[in-house]
Design a protein around this ligand. Sequence first.
Ligand code: URA
Length: 233
Amino acid sequence: MRLDRYLSKTLRVSNKQVKLWLESGQVALDNSPCAQGEVVINRFSRIRVDGRLLPHDTPLYLLMHKPAGVLSATKDRQHTTAIDLVKAQYPQLDTSDVHLAGRLDRATTGLLLLTNDGAWSKALTRPEQKIPKTYLVTTEQPIPGEARDRFAKGVWFEREGVTTAPAQLQQLSSNQARLTIYEGMHHQVKRMFALYHNPVVALHRERMGNIALEPQLAEGQCRPLSRQEIEGV
Ligand code: URA
């Protein structure tokens, strides 16, 4: 929404009054004077008129170390959800708008991002954005040597009618590899290994773009993202 429309709507004043405030330097946006009514603001913009701060939301960006068995969901009757864990750690927090920026299967562990900023999560999960996601994969059977080249060429997914973006597979041992993919299709990693009839027995997300899960963050715990991590998306 434009700043001038927001001011007239929120403070129930005329467009003329808003213009006067803007022109006389009485309006500040994110702590700097702002005279441009046409500037587009969001729900987190900090707007002051004559020094008085107008109501706004507080943006929230969290990284969770998701344990196995926890659902990537906001509500569930049967299973513990990621939001249940956020509430347990931050009981005072308003989690009503908090949602997941990219899901993990229930058995998958590792990096899960949560936010109340819909524009940010959309930017992060847009398929065109091609954000790299790195997983530690453990399989039931040995991983065939040719998987590296096959994944690098892209794999045809019948259901979606797409070929996956070239993925990087780094073999760590006979049954373990680090895999970087660029989409977030349903069960993507498991389906890639299913080409070899090789079930994934453990899957752990280590990284999304410039955001990495550090080993010292205990399972089930969250930490706020840094400014650099938020802005790097
Ligand atoms: N790929 C999968 O198969 N499962 C996940 O949880 C994430 C990626």
